[in-house]
Design a protein around this ligand. Structure first.
Ligand code: ADP
Length: 169
């Protein structure tokens, strides 16, 4: 049974077995959560991302998939990088967004992580409307078949927190 918790704050300050990064397919850093994780986590994370790119992820990580690295000096054992879809008004990419949560939890299970902190994937630069993103995220986690005991959504502002709270209500 997975417990879902909500906190408002900066995900790089969280303590958890794994912290999920809203990465981009290059795995080589970006803005938003991605930039913050690399800044606070230190260079070891990027180093391992580069190794992944030099190895089996030569073309980068596809949208909806997830991969783990060290968490550097963050208060976590692993960062799980997942690539959210860019929101589209002409194409329904909800399955890809749900897949980010499912695949991250699958990787967490492989690692043996029991507590996992997620940001609101795709709701920043990738422009997914917050309410819809919250619905997809909470549904995907509720329906996931996982050994993870706590999924903690770490929401950056009150609006995001309210959107997720409405889904749990
Ligand atoms: P994406 O490219 O998937 O849209 P972003 O990192 O741009 O990812 O944004 C995803 C969400 O994370 C946004 O709602 C943004 O406000 C939020 N966010 C940005 N920085 C942090 C942080 N340090 N901790 C938690 N959430 C964050």
């Amino acid at each position: 049974m997975t417990t879902i918790t909500l906190v408002r704050g900066d995900i790089t300050r969280e303590s958890a077995d794994a912290i999920v990064n809203a990465a981009n397919s290059s795995l080589l850093g970006g803005g938003g959560v991605d930039g913050a994780i690399h800044r606070r986590g230190g260079p070891a994370i990027l180093e391992e991302c580069r190794e992944l790119r030099a190895g089996h992820l030569g073309k980068g990580l596809a949208t909806g998939l997830a991969v783990a690295t060290t968490a550097g000096v963050l208060e976590a054992r692993w960062v799980i990088h997942t690539v959210g879809p860019v929101h589209s008004t002409t194409e329904d990419r909800s399955e890809l967004l749900a897949s980010c949560y499912r695949e991250s939890l699958r990787v967490a299970d492989e690692l043996g992580a029991r507590t996992v902190a997620f940001p609101a994937i795709s709701t920043g630069v990738y422009r997914w409307p917050m309410g819809d993103a919250a619905r997809i995220a909470v549904t995907a986690v509720r329906e996931a078949d996982t050994e993870v005991e706590e999924v903690r959504f770490v929401l950056f502002d009150d609006r995001a927190h309210a959107a997720f709270a409405a889904q749990l209500g």
